[in-house]
Write a protein that binds this ligand. Sequence first.
Ligand code: SF4
Length: 564
Amino acid sequence: MGAGEQKQEAGSRNQGGEEQGAGEQGRRGEMEDELAGVPTLEEIERHPMDHLLRTERLPHIWCPGCGLGTALSCFTSALMRSGLDLDKVAIVSGIGCTGRVAGYLRLDGFHTTHGRAIPFATGLKLANGDLKVVVFSGDGDLIAIGGNHFIHAARRNMDLTVICVNNFNYGMTGGQMGPTTPTGARTSTSPQGNLEHPFNVPNLAAAAGATYVARWTVLHARRLEKAMHKALLKPGFSVVEVISPCPTLYGRFNRRQYGSDMIEYYHQKAVIRRDAQPWEVDIDLGGEIICGEFVNIERPTFQDRMREKFGELHPSDELGLLHRPPVELESHGTGEGFRVQVPGLGLTRAAARPTAVGGQLRAPISHAKCLESAAGSLEVLLCGFGGQGIILSGKIAGAGAALYDEREVTLTQSYGPESRGGACSTALIISNDPILYPHVTRPCVMAAMSQESYTTYHGHLAEGGVLLIDSDLVEPDPAGSQQVIPIPATRIAEHELGRRIVANIVMLGALTALTEVVSEAGMRKAILERVPKGTEELNMKAFQMGFDYGRGLVGSGRDTDQED
Ligand code: SF4
């Protein structure tokens, strides 16, 4: 083909291309017409309730199979349908797994102290009568520790909506028996079966004066949502009891260890009885769960009576609480925060700016100074988040020191509201002499396995103390004066042993190698005694890996902030 022909050929192709382009454009236009109204991929990935959730706090901390996600989902749907002004809805939670709800909702939310959600909510409502105040909490929080507040708020007919998630035990703190545990049910504190008679929540609420009372299981999602919707719009003290699975604890103790087992149980045993009287709806172990709406009455609320007596009151306006200028946020000198990847989880966590930490280690860390300053006893604090085995680590270290090293030991632990997703700790005093005061005040040795626990506790470390951190989960404070030794405990557990769950034992291994707070032999015996049967080999491997890592730091004299 000659050059002229080639040019002509190219020209016709161009022309064809333009024609094709026009055709292409036309087809695209047609497709766009067809797709009008079809959600985009981004829109599909966005959950319709996303605007109601603090998605930056997700994934949530609840266990697989837990019913709390369904309860929350029903609530968000009910709230949307209610037409309430979301700027005037406040959500108050107490402590427990359910207590986390307040933190996940993009509403004005308050996560209060144990059992005190109702008095807190009462204060909110009295200060600002325009608010719709919802209490969303668990059976332990509302009916045991907060039981008194529950009945008195019902008696007063405070204008509050209470969503009480009943999973028959204290889930967050380890599955202890609660006020709603059915007679005969096993829990961690009633291994032979509960001897007590449980509260019947609808009956308690009705007898105390609630204006609306309903009960549904999470299996009845549509009915549950409707009940929540009604409760939200009902003046006075409205209560919805949500029967919800806790497969991890209550279910496991009672031979229903999967969420699906419990849902199956609800399927078989839940009975809808709209004519049932509240006193007829007790829940017996293995018996029927009567569901329905049991109370829907009118009576003056506490606010109605106040208005009648004193006219319209706006205490928050009078105190100038509602229109205060916004608080200026202060910078704390770390400059812009940054985010650190948490390997394996695909998560990022907010963290302080990193700094050079650590030093050359050439021998196991001496704690002689701490021993001197603490009158012959050594204080140790292990911390992390719930589920990392922090409490077990403390028990192992304590047993190693007390039973095998023959030292005096005390052990205290903090595994409270903060434990799931927050900071929990176990603290030991190890001494050659009798210990007169059991509480740890200035630990010389600390191991922190989560950022939040580090933030909570590192300020307690004695000057010159030694701080081991899980290097993938904790970024130390650049201004901290402590010697910080990063240990990739979670990474070792996950990558070398395939089980993240033994990261605590890896950390114990490193702690033993580096600090010798407990002898190696003592720690090994204690681990074998205390880890669940069948996991001894895995745990001993984890200990060995942590120990070798610690000894490697000692032997090599590596700069400990360059661990990887
Ligand atoms: Fe749910 Fe029980 Fe797990 Fe708590 S412990 S998140 S109630 S399954």
